[in-house]
Ligand binder design. Sequence first.
Ligand SMILES: Cc1ncc(COP(=O)(O)O)c(C=O)c1O
Length: 392
Amino acid sequence: MRGAKLQTAANLERLGTESAFEVLARAEALKAEGHDVINLGIGQPDFSTPEHIVEAAVKALRDGHHGYTPAPGILALREAVAADIARLRGVEVDPNNIVCVPGGKVTMFFAIMMFGEAGAEIMYPNPGFPIYESAINYSGAKAVPIPLLEEKDFSFDAEEVLSLITPATRLMIINTPANPTGGAVPREEMDKLAAGLEAHPHVAILSDEIYGQMTYDGHEHVSLLSYEHLRDRLILLDGWSKTYAMTGWRLGYSVWPKDVVGHAEKLCVNVHSCVNASAQFAGIAALEGPQDEPAAMVKAFDERRRVIVSELNQIAGISCIEPGGAFYAFPNITGTGMTSDTLQKKLLEEAGVAVISGTSFGSYGEGYLRFSYANSTENIRLALSRIRDCLA
Ligand SMILES: Cc1ncc(COP(=O)(O)O)c(C=O)c1O
């Protein structure tokens, strides 16, 4: 019968989205109309994947790796991940606890689906990567925000975080260095959080460390995996997207506690079977090959970070603290008298600069905009001068 209304599941009403993709679409539409748009909205490196990684994927295809692989990834990839974790974090991980997935987002979704249901509570950073809150709401669990405030350098006070735990808390999500703020949680606060969690053994932790290799100005990345007493309830989210400029390859990895790694593998079998086989070979080449290109990217981001922070602070009504990691600046725009959404639209339509409203990252993001500085210094300077003119 024509015109019949399709009955979809009620939980779809609770599913959110990531507005960076909407802003990207609008920016592309404006470009297609002939407008000159500088995109400081999308969160991906502006570099290409290093050549030897691309070659490894091409070779894998030529060598005939065209079929399914084991659901969590080929053993050689999981061994390469374990060796990388040992190199970067000084922690021994069993490759059997590692699950390779199509991007960091998949680990997030699986972890939230594994612990979330009606009656459960999941704590998440706010402002934070929007998919945390979206997936928690979709699961039916109650989303409990961990406020990340500018006055704390967008880090948190461990005591305050611990005070949000209730008997219904199943999962706590921590992301450092953070999207959208660039905040990096200092060791002292991480130590306090890890120690305090001993009193709450019912809480699992999802540690999103996708920007773990991008820290600046002496900020160190403190991995929650390095706290041995948390290991039997810690899920590590990491991957290749940001470190190796591989967002389009869809490749990520996760480490799961022994008790739940089987659930993660079963979710893989149900959802995607395995990661694209040739991408897995690219992943090995990335981890085992030379690390000079990722290091050069971080150096470039650091230089651009200084430029963008200094330029933002010269615009009336805007102030920006130094981000300690990732490739985002999160300036306070309350002095402009505009809401974040209004200013986001104005800058795109009138200045031709795409940035993301802080409210896209949660309620605590009002009064801020996210700028990605994964763009050339020249474009950053041009974008900021257009913004200055637009607000003059
Ligand atoms: C904090 C955070 N976690 C995870 C992801 C997802 O990364 P991927 O592209 O590998 O799915 C992103 C991407 O922007 C992110 O910012």
